[in-house]
Design a binder for this molecule. Structure first.
Ligand code: FEO
Ligand code: CA
Ligand code: CA
Ligand code: CA
Length: 626
């Protein structure tokens, strides 16, 4: 294993290295010509107000971010390239919690800039690389559940290891720095802080006992030597985006779990390993010290990860549940809404080049105060088909449509999606649902393979529909409206809310849609959430080199979009090296909590190792902020 290079790779690069996609497809490239024929987005007929969305942006003069102030309660800010956070005039920020900070008093002072966190305290502190989060009000207390998506081994491990664990103890340290943190927060009078030793505080790691439900639970595909019943997986992995149920629990979404598994001996047989990018050596060398992660001896262990996992933040002794009915893939987040008849609907993206968007619909219905049993267990999983004419439909994954047994269909949901002809998308990241109307938005962050290579299952990735640019390096946000304004409907119409791009460098489709200009441009939309006023907060995880195709885009950032007019304005810039990911609000909506993942330099301390952190943002005048 070339340790250094593997540790430094992005997930995409890592997957490409271990599991190269099939070469060139034979699909046609006429859509490139189609873009030229229709004019930029001319073929993307916007919904009613959407027509304005593309027109209005074009009327905003290029140049200063301030040109776009009209629709927003803040003065948009310019790009930054430094190692600091910037927010608009009249707003303030400070860290709420950083990697290594104590959740329990026994771990106070455990973190040091030289050595990070000792293994003995590693499950009693805030984990690394903060991601999706939600805030719950429980017995009058504010409790945040927040993901720690992955670790930077070079930061966590002793320098001598060069980022590769050298012992079982070092593997334990890495396992404990990831997963989920549940923590009470309170405004002490000096801004929000973690309530150390709160009875709600909890760490959920790669070793926490879990259970499973749904058709794949207990099946042959998830049984292991340690768990012959296949009902008791351990740990939740690579917790990326998040969601919340309507009944007040947390949904953590397992994304790049494949990178944790390796084979010390022979690879097990099966199409599923390749489709999910599992094989060879893992990213953190877990398999060398823990046979659970060695697929040569535990071929089913990877099948127990890649699920949506429900955690009850109100009960620290509760056992998290992996809901197999929602399918196994690289889950980004989970956006739960209700169908008109009260059934539960969950929209989910599978973040990999050329993978799909999914929708789960429960069989049962729910209303406030009713039991929730079975709502995430008994239901149907669908995949999205987006037609070039801006219509679309949800294709049900059933034994009849896929020819697969129920458990197999869920464990290998990607393969089931391929069988029914789902649309290959440009890396579906977060999905956010409009709070006032039936409309869902999904970040398609970028796709270097669009129009160049098929997905890992061999499905073509033609340029067209909601994925209109070859080798898409900027990303776009697709939105759909279900028929009859009912999230339970099978049919929908779609348009593009925005195509990110760089009008300073390009004058074709790569300049972006008309609501992009030199004052608000960005690349790689990722995290997204609507606030209660109907504004869409958009976080980026892209190229922050500020060079070449990304010149003038600066560091990663958070923008706020108006869903009605299409206007988009820059609200925050992150330290160089960081992505912005994860967003929730205080109960009184006066504070927004925002995640800053993998910062560079020595942010936020100004010296020593960089520390991923959740920050609090508020208005100086004390008004609400979304
Ligand atoms: Fe963890 Fe797709 O972002
Ligand atoms: Ca993401
Ligand atoms: Ca990321
Ligand atoms: Ca991303």
């Amino acid at each position: 294993m070339n340790a250094k290079s593997t540790v430094d790779l992005s997930w995409d690069e890592f997957d490409e290295l271990r599991d190269p996609r099939p070469a060139e497809n034979d699909f046609d490239r006429v859509v490139e010509a189609a873009i030229a024929r229709r004019g930029l987005l001319g073929g993307v007929l916007a919904f009613g107000s959407g027509a304005m969305a593309f027109g209005l942006g074009a009327m905003v003069p290029a140049g200063s971010a301030r040109a776009q102030a009209a629709a927003f309660p803040f003065q948009p800010i310019d790009i930054a390239t430094d190692f600091d956070i910037h927010v608009p005039e009249g707003y303030r920020w400070k860290p709420l919690v950083s990697w290594g900070e104590a959740l329990f008093s026994e771990a106070e002072g455990a973190w040091s800039p030289e050595n990070g966190v000792p293994v003995a305290m590693s499950d009693k502190v805030f984990g690394e690389n903060t991601d999706g989060m939600e805030l719950f009000v429980i017995d009058g207390k504010e409790v945040i559940a927040v993901n720690s998506e992955y670790v930077n081994p070079k930061i966590n491990l002793p320098a001598a290891s060069e980022g590769v664990p050298q012992s079982a103890e070092e593997v334990t340290l890495l396992k404990n720095m990831q997963g989920v943190t549940v923590m009470e927060v309170a405004d002490s009078g000096n801004g929000y802080e973690v309530v150390v030793d709160s009875p709600f505080n909890r760490r959920i790691t790669h070793e926490t006992p879990m259970t499973m439900d749904g058709a794949a639970a207990g099946s042959d595909l998830v049984r292991t030597k340690a768990d012959p019943e296949g009902m008791s997986p351990r740990g939740t992995m690579n917790n990326c985006g998040a969601g919340r149920t309507l009944w007040g629990t947390y949904l953590t979404c397992e994304e790049n779990f494949n990178g944790l598994f390796g084979a010390t001996g022979e690879m097990p047989q099966g199409e599923g390993y390749g489709r999910y990018g599992i094989g060879g050596e893992s990213q953190y060398a877990y398999e060398k010290f823990d046979p659970r992660f060695d697929i040569s001896s535990e071929p089913n262990e990877p099948h127990r990860h890649g699920w949506i996992t429900e955690i009850d933040p109100a009960d620290p002794s509760s056992t998290p549940v992996k809901h197999t009915a929602l399918g196994r893939f690289k889950h980004e987040n989970a956006a739960m809404v209700q169908a008109a008849d009260g059934r539960i609907v969950v929209y989910m993206g599978d973040d990999e080049r050329g993978e799909f968007i999914y929708r789960y619909v429960s069989n049962g219905t729910w209303a406030e105060g009713q039991p929730t049993n079975g709502l995430l267990t008994d239901g149907t999983l669908y995949v999205g088909k987006f037609n070039d004419d801006q219509t679309g439909e949800w294709l049900a994954l059933t034994p009849e449509t896929t020819g697969m047994a129920p458990a197999e269909m869920l464990v290998f949901a990607r393969m089931a999606g391929s069988k029914v002809g789902a649309t290959t998308m440009d890396r579906p990241e977060w999905i956010a649902c409009h709070p006032q109307r039936a409309e869902a938005y999904c970040s398609l962050t970028n796709n270097s393979n669009r129009g160049i290579k098929s997905n890992a299952g061999g499905d073509a990735t033609p340029v067209g529909g909601p994925n209109p640019r070859e080798a898409n390096e900027y990303g776009q946000i697709v939105r759909w409206r279900p028929e009859g304004e009912d999230h339970g409907a099978t049919a929908f119409t779609w348009d593009l809310y925005v195509m990110a791009g760089n009008p300073a460098v390009h004058s074709d489709a790569y300049a972006g849609s008309p609501n992009i200009n030199q004052g608000n441009m960005f690349n790689s939309p990722d995290g997204m959430a609507f606030d209660t006023t109907g504004l869409l907060w958009i976080q980026t995880d892209g190229d922050d080199s500020n060079e070449g195709d990304f010149a003038g885009q600066g560091n990663n950032q958070m923008l706020i979009g108006n869903a009605d007019t299409g206007e988009i304005a820059r609200f925050l810039t992150a330290p160089n090296g960081a992505e912005v990911t994860g967003l929730c609000w205080s109960a009184d909506r006066r504070v927004a909590f925002v995640g800053i993942q993998h910062p560079g330099g020595s942010w936020p301390d100004g010296e020593g190792k960089p520390r991923s952190s959740v920050i609090a943002i508020w208005r100086e005048d004390g008004a609400t902020i979304g």
